[in-house]
Design a protein around this ligand. Structure first.
Ligand code: TXA
Ligand code: MG
Length: 331
């Protein structure tokens, strides 16, 4: 099968489809090690995966999907040991994990202090969503790469999730180098997402592991009202994303005294009055800017900075997602 030309900003590339055999998995692992994105089967839906510790690779996921905003992604790993290296698994989740991992359950945990996952993958949050998939191709891919793999569903933004390699090619052909094929997804619906990062567990997204199954193991949980896409229905709940303490001044030409400067593009004559300067991309590359966004915001978010002056970002490609985050962070 070959890729289709999609235009829409991304250069058309040839999309190879390979079976999840040892050689196919080795090819996928090689691409992931080089910071590329690869579609792979899981028991829920096909995922579009990249090395979660590589911010540029994670930015490529958002670019390929045409995602209008940076939602935190699920990070996939092969073992409980790997989970514990990235997040703090609370005692309350032990029975749940023993019963449902590997499987269609995602847990939101507090990030470990030395968690190497890119800020872009967790949207700048102090929490991380983790899952051990049960699909054998996914498991082998995770073992062979030896890296945590960030993966949303392998479809363009706004389309339904793919449950067959052909769906992935129809949606992302010409935009990604490889699809690992592994037949039809057994579950066919995204994983259950349960937040156990605070005292009371909260069901963020219903899925194959039901509320009743969860409560039978860990007792009463609360449920967040969401739409079909798992997005919070109440605008108030949309606040579960990184918000800097410092005020953001958007569309700034330069920083004034007392401000830090979040730059984009060449800054040779800028930042003279800034207390600190961080550049999202000197060369004006939006993928690089996306990869740097949350890390740079965190670095400039200091009490001594009266505000963070943010230079304008073009509203094209990943620029739309960057601006969406900046507007939320500013409001
Ligand atoms: O079945 C699945 O979960 C598939 C396969 C590929 O594993 N993946 C998937 O990923 O559906 P995605 O990115 O489309 O869904 C991620 C969900 C979103 O509802 C997101 O808001 C939530 O997980 N999420 C991720 N990190 C979070 C965090 N730190 N706190 C709260 N919610 C988080
Ligand atoms: Mg999706």
């Amino acid at each position: 099968m070959s890729g289709t030309d999609t235009g829409a900003g991304a250069d058309a590339i040839k999309t190879a489809v390979v079976q999840g055999s040892p050689s196919g998995i080795a090819q996928a692992a090689e691409l992931i090690a080089h910071g590329e994105v690869v579609a792979f089967p899981t028991e829920t839906v096909y995922g579009l995966g990249a090395d979660a510790a590589n911010a540029d690779a994670v930015a490529r996921i958002f670019a390929a999907k045409d995602r209008p905003r940076f939602n935190p992604l699920i990070v996939h790993v092969a073992s409980i040991d790997a989970v514990r290296r990235l997040g703090r698994l609370p005692a309350i989740a032990e029975d749940l994990v023993a019963r449902h991992w590997p499987g269609p359950l995602t847990l939101v945990l507090q990030r470990q202090a030395d968690c190497p996952v890119a800020n872009l993958a967790t949207a700048g949050l102090d929490t991380i969503a983790l899952r051990i998939p049960s699909d054998p191709t996914a498991t082998t891919l995770l073992e062979v790469t030896g890296r945590p793999i960030a993966a949303p569903s392998a479809n363009r933004s706004g389309e339904v999730s793919p449950t067959d390699a052909r769906h992935v090619v129809a949606s992302l052909g010409g935009r990604i180098p490889l699809v690992l094929a592994g037949g039809r997804s057994r579950v066919g619906l995204e994983s259950t997402v349960l937040d156990v990062s605070a005292d009371t567990p909260v069901l963020l997204r219903p899925g194959a592991v039901t509320r009743a199954e969860i409560e039978a193991l860990i007792g009463p949980i609360s449920v967040e009202a969401t739409d079909d896409g798992g997005r919070p229905r109440s605008p108030g709940l949309m606040l579960r994303h990184y918000a800097p303490a410092a005020r953001l001044r958007l569309d700034a030409a330069d920083a004034t005294a007392g401000e830090a400067l979040l730059a984009f593009g060449p800054t040779q004559f800028l930042g003279k009055h800034a207390l600190a300067v961080a550049n999202l991309s000197e060369s004006g590359d939006l993928t690089e800017a996306a990869a740097n966004l949350f890390g740079h915001l965190r670095a400039l978010d200091r009490p001594e900075h009266q505000a963070i002056a943010v230079m304008p970002i073009p509203e094209e490609g990943l620029g739309a997602a960057i601006n969406d985050r900046l507007r939320r962070a500013a409001s």
